[in-house]
Design a protein around this ligand. Structure first.
Ligand code: PLP
Length: 343
């Protein structure tokens, strides 16, 4: 199975376009451009083997408002392992419902484990259509479509997955910027058919330290803990994440800062891309996705931007470009490059 292409591969793109990495404006990911400031890290954390992340778990319980937390090396670790573990728990399970547009690592993992993939568009499959023993994956809010499902609707799907002996997987990688939150994490301990995945790197702007969380019933936490083995997350990363999750003041600043950047980005996109080329603009406070009319060669736009050292994410379907947030100093460069796109 081929590795998937994601944003964030600047080194490769810079080489392909023969522009030195330092000259690029990298907007290819949904990672916040402002990061949690790295605290002074005690030296022993580099020297010793990592301990069980007890302090980080305490901080995460508070931040995610649940008692059921497992720390992992990014939520990707859970995505990859889940299909095989679920299969051993429910060997009758053969079908998985997935968003047609969305983070494709889910599909890859389920397909590799031999599941039949059933795609849904923006709307979730009708409740009554969900087969027995099936898996439903919802990315909320979705990346790249920005589609947000309300908790009241998700609750109905949660009940259906219990009734049908299925599994409900909620990937909440971008939920931190949603207010009011539509997270399904609260009381997760009561629902053995639901798993919630959270990503630390995006909102806190620290994707490089590779931290994610599984929020689920103890059964699942124990199972994944055993399978993933010791030392999932290194000591310095634990220390940074613990500080970040406890720092509510920084989190508030970050929320309003990201909102402002998202508004500015939207203005820049709207005023520099000819409106007649645009089908729809969606997103979250961490990225904006521009869907183009089908007369537009979106890949050509992607290349034209790359030629100017601006790296955005061409969606897998090649119908849209996803833009990460731009700091105020970088806006003008983006605006100028957008203005050169030929109709
Ligand atoms: C929707 C979604 N889920 C999960 C991930 C994995 O993130 P991480 O492993 O850093 O938690 C990504 C990464 O881009 C993503 O976009």
């Amino acid at each position: 199975m081929l590795a998937l292409i994601h944003g964030g591969q600047l080194q490769r793109v810079a080489k392909a376009f023969n522009i030195a990495q330092k000259h690029w404006l990298d907007l290819s990911t949904g990672i916040a451009p402002y990061s949690y400031p790295i605290p002074t890290i005690p030296e022993y954390l580099y020297k010793d083997l990592p301990q069980e992340p007890d302090n980080l778990v305490i901080a995460a319980k508070r931040y995610y408002d649940t008692n059921n937390v497992l720390v992992t090396n990014g939520s990707q670790a859970i995505i990859k392992l889940l299909p095989v573990l679920w299969q051993t728990k429910n060997p009758k399970s053969k079908t998985v419902y997935l968003p047609e547009q969305g983070y494709k690592e889910h599909a890859l993992a389920w397909q590799s484990a031999g599941f039949n993939l059933c795609w849904y568009q923006e709307e979730l499959p009708p409740l009554s259509a969900i087969e027995k023993n099936a898996v439903l994956v919802v990315i909320n809010p979705n990346n790249p479509t920005g589609k947000l499902y309300q908790r009241s609707q998700l609750k109905r799907y949660q009940s259906r997955m219990i009734e049908t002996n299925g599994l409900f997987v909620l990937d909440e990688a971008f939920m931190d910027v949603i207010t009011p939150s539509q997270s399904m994490a609260t009381n997760i301990g009561n629902y053995k058919h639901t798993l919630v995945l959270r990503s630390f790197g995006k909102f806190f702007g620290l994707a490089g330290i590779r931290i994610g969380f599984l929020l689920a019933q103890q059964y699942w936490l124990k199972l994944f803990h055993e399978q993933l083995g010791p030392w999932q997350v290194n000591g310095p990363a634990q220390f940074i994440a613990e500080n970040a999750l406890l720092d509510t003041q920084w989190q508030q600043t970050q929320q309003s800062r990201l909102q402002q950047l998202a508004e500015k980005l939207l203005d820049t996109l709207k005023s520099n891309i000819p409106l007649e080329c645009i089908n729809n603009i969606t997103g979250t406070h961490l990225f904006t996705t521009v869907y183009f009319k089908n007369t537009i060669d979106v890949e050509a736009y992607y290349i034209q931007l790359c030629q100017q050292g601006i790296y955005v994410r061409l969606t897998d379907e090649k119908t849209a470009l996803r833009f990460g947030l731009v700091t105020p100093e970088q806006l003008e460069r983006l605006a100028k490059a957008l203005a050169t796109l030929s109709k």
